[in-house]
Design a protein around this ligand. Sequence first.
Ligand SMILES: [Zn+2]
Ligand SMILES: [Zn+2]
Length: 315
Amino acid sequence: MQAIVLSDHVEVRDDRPSPTPADGEVLVRVLRAGVCETDLQLIKGYMGFRGVLGHEFVGVAQSGPLSGRRVVGEINCACWNCETCRKGLNTHCPNRTVLGILNHDGAFADLIAVPQRNLHVVPDSLSDDVAVFTEPVAAAFQIPAQITVRPDDRIVVLGDGRLGNLCAQVLARLSRRVLVVGKHQEKLALLQSMGIDIARLSDPIDERAADIVVDCTGSESGLPTALKLVRPRGTIVLKTTVAGVQTIAWAPFVIDEVTLVGSRCGPFDQALHALERGFVNVQPLISDRFPLARGLEALERAQTKPVLKVLIDVN
Ligand SMILES: [Zn+2]
Ligand SMILES: [Zn+2]
């Protein structure tokens, strides 16, 4: 089959063997996949991943109870046996593999093997272009799954990129006071057209005033900025990882009793529901698309500014 394979370099191959589904896994014929910041980090050496890239996808199940149906798949493949899994923390299973990220081939390929229990049926009303956003939208829904968001909470989202946009859209349905702080005129203009308040990083923004600050910058400057904006006893949510070691004075967290929440993968059912109802508008985020054979161009395009989402058309 054809696949985008990462070894010591990244290449499109036509001779990749089809994946062999493990116990409890089914093959999914990939229709469309999305390029994510994590893919770009993996190419730079993050996690030391080797294999087929890609974890945002929509496809058609080839066997099992959902055979022939359009599906999306949660990316954490847990053992369901260990103490962590038994506590319901399966996305943190120490034995897990992660599609296209950790010891499991991903979705930039004609076929991907996915645990049956990770699959969710895509409602007929959702196009492939919309369904492919389920994974990142679910990640945005992880914020209200972890913390209480009240209608009058002042929320600042740092970062106007792919994830910042989706987090802002999800949070704007829960609070009427969401402000996105970014650097890119076009990306901020898109958010504004969605009815979300925007500011540039250089604009004056009330310090020590936000109930919740969400860091989607993927940058070392995100956390210090968040700390400046959050109010005493407020909450900072970290949505993006920063490679390497980060130095910060921790005393303000104690003095101001700030809560720091790390946040990663989220609920697919809520994401599909929101996409179906049109609560989250993803189509304007699609900047470009390439067939799988031109996958390297897709990866390159995803690194240029001001791109939001680049899709790969597979089958
Ligand atoms: Zn991702
Ligand atoms: Zn486990």
